[in-house]
Design a protein around this ligand. Structure first.
Ligand code: FES
Ligand SMILES: [Fe+2]
Length: 384
């Protein structure tokens, strides 16, 4: 019998077969984060992302509408564009220069009349995908008929926190992309493990009262809120770097993990995203971006916050840049909860390969971990 990690076999965290299965059944069939709305805000601007097995780009048309297309040239499939950028009027494939307009129509084929015996360009437009905006984030879905993103997030829309991210400027210095050497589910499970908060993070997240955390799943999405401890509330307004972004009666940390791997971490002075992107069975990319009440106020006060140690509690230190996340220093001594999490995830992943690995009993506060495993299992089985 396969060794289990609660509800999933250990291979679900280590094998290429499971990774491929999840890419197909989960990440190719759900909405994928693609950026912030301001990343594609003028005609010709585009961004591309991998959504499971699909590479998809969003481009703004001359009519200022956002459209999403599969990033596959209709000639022989070369990717039309890479990453983020801006084009004037058209998208030209690098291979043989087939050119499409911003609305996805094929508009020119070099040597059309000598190299081809009649081409119906009208039938060779780019294949459409879906695009939508939710909480200031761009999302794509490989299916052109995916409908509205509110069909997916509608049930939790009002429960992920009182923030209005559309109204908050991005704090660009807090942009981080880094790789964790662990399966994406280990990373998600760590994010939703309530039991670890007062242990792994006993020195970093102590301003919140974990014993009063309220959490539950709604469909595949996980919701979490916890209040600050009373000592933290006393002079909280003095400690805040910028005006609070939520009313006092909604105080606390709002930390949902939406499916699949779309984390939000929001509190009285900011709103962050934590996007979990699987790269391989034991490699996961994290994309962090933040919005704050007032970016220049953050800029101004971060020096004093750094020296007080307060700032590090928000995971905003500049050391994670496109390389393995935690430094060579002792990750448990840096006063940074993100480094603590990365350390725990990577150590756990390593142990999965040991023939002596065996999972112990689950705590009450680990129920979300088991529930998430069940969500993954259902999703993978459903599409087989
Ligand atoms: S593959 Fe794009 S023009 Fe040939
Ligand atoms: Fe954690």
């Amino acid at each position: 019998m396969a060794k289990m990690l609660h509800n999933l076999p250990v291979e679900a965290y280590t094998s290429r077969e499971w990774f491929d299965r999840e890419q197909k059944s989960i990440f190719s069939n759900t909405w994928r984060y693609a950026g912030f709305m301001e990343d594609v805000s003028e005609p010709g601007q585009y961004v591309s992302v991998q959504a499971g097995l699909n590479n998809i780009f969003i481009v703004m048309g001359r009519d200022r509408r956002l459209r999403a297309f599969h990033n596959i040239c209709r000639h022989r499939g070369t990717q039309l564009i890479r990453a983020v950028g801006k084009t004037q009027k058209a998208l030209t494939c690098p291979y043989h220069d087939w050119t499409y307009d911003l609305e996805g129509n094929l508009i020119s084929v070099p040597e059309e009349h000598t190299e081809f015996q009649g081409i119906d360009k009208k039938c060779l437009g780019l294949k459409p995908a879906s695009v939508d905006i939710w909480k200031s984030m761009l999302f794509v879905h490989p299916d052109a008929n995916a409908g509205s993103i509110m069909d997916w997030f509608g049930e939790v829309d009002t429960e992920v926190g009182p923030h209005d991210p559309d109204a908050l400027p991005e704090y660009k210095e807090a942009r981080h992309t880094y790789v964790i050497n662990a399966n994406w589910k280990i990373v998600v499970e760590n994010y939703i493990d309530v039991y670890h908060l007062s242990h792994l993070h006993s020195g970093t997240l102590q301003m919140y009262d974990h014993s009063k955390a309220v959490y539950r799943f709604v469909g595949p999405h996980y919701l979490f809120w916890e209040p600050p401890v009373s000592e933290y509330v006393v002079d909280q307004d003095k400690k805040l770097a910028a005006p609070r972004v939520i009313p006092k009666d909604k105080n606390g940390a709002w930390v949902p993990m939406l499916f699949p791997g779309i984390g939000i971490g929001a509190s009285e002075d900011g709103w962050n995203i934590y996007i979990v992107e699987p790269l391989g069975p034991n490699r996961t990319r994290i994309i962090n971006r933040s919005r704050v009440a007032n970016a220049s106020a953050w800029e101004f006060s971060k020096q004093s916050m750094r020296s007080s140690g307060f700032w590090s509690n928000f995971g905003l230190r500049g050391k994670y840049e496109d390389h393995d996340a935690y430094s060579k220093d002792d990750p448990m001594a840096g006063g940074d909860f993100t480094a603590e999490d990365v350390y725990a995830c990577e150590q756990q992943q390593k142990s999965l390969y040991s023939p002596h690995y065996e999972v112990g009993p689950a705590a009450v506060g680990e129920q979300p971990v088991l529930d998430h495993q069940q969500v993954v299992l259902n999703w993978v089985e459903k599409s087989q």
